[in-house]
Design a protein around this ligand. Structure first.
Ligand SMILES: O=c1[nH]c(=O)c2[nH]c(=O)[nH]c2[nH]1
Length: 325
């Protein structure tokens, strides 16, 4: 049997580690809720090939470390920083683990606005929050300790998913290829709706290897101009890229989902120097005007289309990556 096969890939860890972290600033409370996956690679082959568990940091311990970093990291409120801290901790604490792969999905919690009386802007509550949608922020970090003795190399891809949008005009789909299979009619005005999945990749970053294995290097803040636009600036970047995405969606006179997607990606690359690639996955969520000709009502010519049937499936699926030259 042993001549026929070999272990060509091995990675393990804990999936779906759920954590809510409260950071108290006096009476002002900040929260993040994360779903974390923490996986490792390294000199672990014998655990598969020889049933030798001496190289296995138990997935239970990896879960405990995830909670330990959530408790102790000064970076816990920014998912990119938290993931970098956790990955760095794993590969610097355990020399035989060469790479850590951390995925963080952040769920939305918004402060509840409290009205202050007529004409006054509502105030955000200090410790009460609500879930304002299913959209998530995502972070994937690879921390690579095999790059050198004193440094780690980290590759960061951030993103958002399940951001649902719709616009009721400013979208057409015309002049597409036609043959005997074509039944779709050209339209110069239609509903455009999609559930946006976006990922954006940063140029690799270098982190000094913490000598003590405790990731203490992360106690020094990565702040100021040097951090701007890099993964250390994750919150600002996430807000800016979300804005670009929504603005292009709203303002573009869309010739197709493809053409609008490309404009979104181009603008992100143009305005964010540390981002190297942008990938969108945009399902075309079809809304079809209901045909009412049978009762003598025009609901299908674009200017009279007012009642639409949301189609659950099938949907188009338009994807692309836009990269820096
Ligand atoms: O924007 C679109 N792109 C397509 O590729 C396509 N195909 C289709 O049937 N409708 C659309 N709309």
């Amino acid at each position: 049997m042993s001549e026929l096969s070999y272990l060509s890939h091995a990675r393990y860890g804990k999936d779906k580690v759920r954590v809510l972290r409260v950071v108290r600033d006096g009476a002002w409370h900040n929260i993040v809720e994360y779903n974390v996956t923490a996986l490792v690679e390294g000199d672990i082959d014998v655990s598969y090939t020889k049933a030798d568990n001496s190289v296995v940091v138990a997935t239970d311990s990896i879960k405990n470390i995830t909670y330990y970093i959530a408790k102790t990291s000064p970076h816990v409120l920014v998912p990119e920083r938290f993931a970098l801290h956790l990955g760095t901790h794993l590969v610097s604490k355990y020399a035989h683990l060469k790479k850590a792969f951390i995925t963080v999905e952040q769920l939305r919690w918004q402060r509840i606005p409290i009205s202050q009386g007529p004409g006054q802007t509502p105030k955000e509550h200090s410790h009460a929050f609500y879930r304002d949608g299913d959209e998530k922020r995502t972070v994937e970090v690879e921390v690579d300790a095999s790059a050198g003795k004193d440094k780690l190399v980290a590759r960061v891809t951030s993103g958002l998913k399940d951001l649902l949008v719709i616009k009721t005009t400013g979208s057409a789909f015309e002049s597409f290829f036609r043959d005997e299979y074509t039944t779709l009619v050209e339209v110069n005005d239609r509903i455009f709706s999609t559930s946006i999945d976006l990922t954006y990749t940063f140029a690799p970053i270098s982190i000094p290897k913490p000598a003590d294995g405790e990731g203490k290097v992360f106690e020094a803040p990565f702040a100021g101009d040097a951090a701007k636009g890099t993964p250390w600036d994750g919150d600002a970047l996430a807000a800016a890229l979300r804005n670009i995405t929504l603005e292009v969606f709203a303002l573009d006179e869309s010739a197709s989902v493809q053409a609008t997607l490309y404009k979104m990606g181009q603008r992100i690359i143009a305005e964010n120097q540390h981002i190297t690639t942008v990938t969108y996955s945009l399902p075309n969520k079809h809304y079809v005007p209901v045909d009412m000709k049978y009762i003598g009502v025009d609901n299908t010519t674009p200017k009279n289309a007012e009642v639409f049937l949301p189609l659950a499936h099938p949907s188009g699926l338009i994807t692309a990556t836009v990269s820096r030259k």
